[in-house]
Write a protein that binds this ligand. Structure first.
Ligand code: AMP
Length: 210
């Protein structure tokens, strides 16, 4: 099953992708995590992406499409995958079609902008494996340490309030049009993001299976 999780930054795509990928036994593929890894390792893609990411702008389509294409060609993605944070533009969605990828469902996790800005200040991410946490809704067992890999858990530079506002604007301008793109193909399902992560997971799994 090939799925796309769509939604504003901070809506919970990454968190839900981590839950659902275990249920369905398919990998969750986050272009944001891959880009952060590339920046950390100083690869050419990382060098090209860093300034855009720090500002909260989208990385150019050709950079992200290249990374994604290589990733979904890997063995573990043969039986399906969840795309978290890709596509983010209509051009990226069209590139996916050109690659011959058939998408089964697009799950939009909807959270109002006001709730997003409130949530983002508590969000944390693992420097090692990219797992996501929240100081209130999904705390680590040991403060500041990732439950999964033991690496340090930090706040993302692009989770600063002013960058979050710019990322939300970018989401509405460039990514929200994908809702119409996939609704026209009969593939869009919308889930209302809940405060309780497990509640959103129930709704998300029901939307995928329904
Ligand atoms: P995320 O972790 O999904 O919030 O992504 C973090 C940042 O990586 C975004 O603000 C963008 O700068 C960049 N990024 C991630 N995915 C994409 C994408 N599909 N297209 C363009 N930029 C992306």
């Amino acid at each position: 099953m090939n799925l796309i999780f769509l939604g504003a930054p901070g809506a919970g795509k990454g968190t839900q992708a981590e839950v659902v990928c275990k249920e369905l036994n398919i990998p969750a593929i986050s272009t944001g995590n891959m880009l952060r890894e590339a920046v950390k390792n100083g690869t050419p893609a990382g060098l090209a992406a860093k300034a855009y990411m720090d500002r909260g702008d989208l990385v150019p389509d050709e950079v992200v499409i290249g990374i994604l294409k290589d990733r979904i060609a890997e063995d573990d993605a043969k039986n399906g995958f969840i795309l978290d944070g890709f596509p983010r533009t209509v051009a990226q969605a069209e590139a996916l079609e050109k690659m011959g990828v058939n998408i089964d469902k697009v799950v939009e996790i909807h959270v109002p902008d006001e709730a997003i800005t409130a949530r983002m200040s508590g969000r944390r991410v693992c420097e090692g494996c990219g797992n996501s946490y929240h100081i209130q809704y999904k705390p680590t067992k040991v403060e500041g340490i990732c439950d999964a890999c033991g690496a340090k858990v930090v706040q993302r530079v692009d989770d600063k309030p002013e960058t979050v506002i710019s990322r939300l604007k970018t989401y509405h301008e460039k990514t929200a049009p994908l809702k119409d793109f996939y609704a026209a193909k009969g593939k869009l399902v919308t889930v209302e993001g809940q405060d309780e992560i497990s509640e959103t997971s129930k709704l998300t799994l029901a939307a995928i299976k329904g």
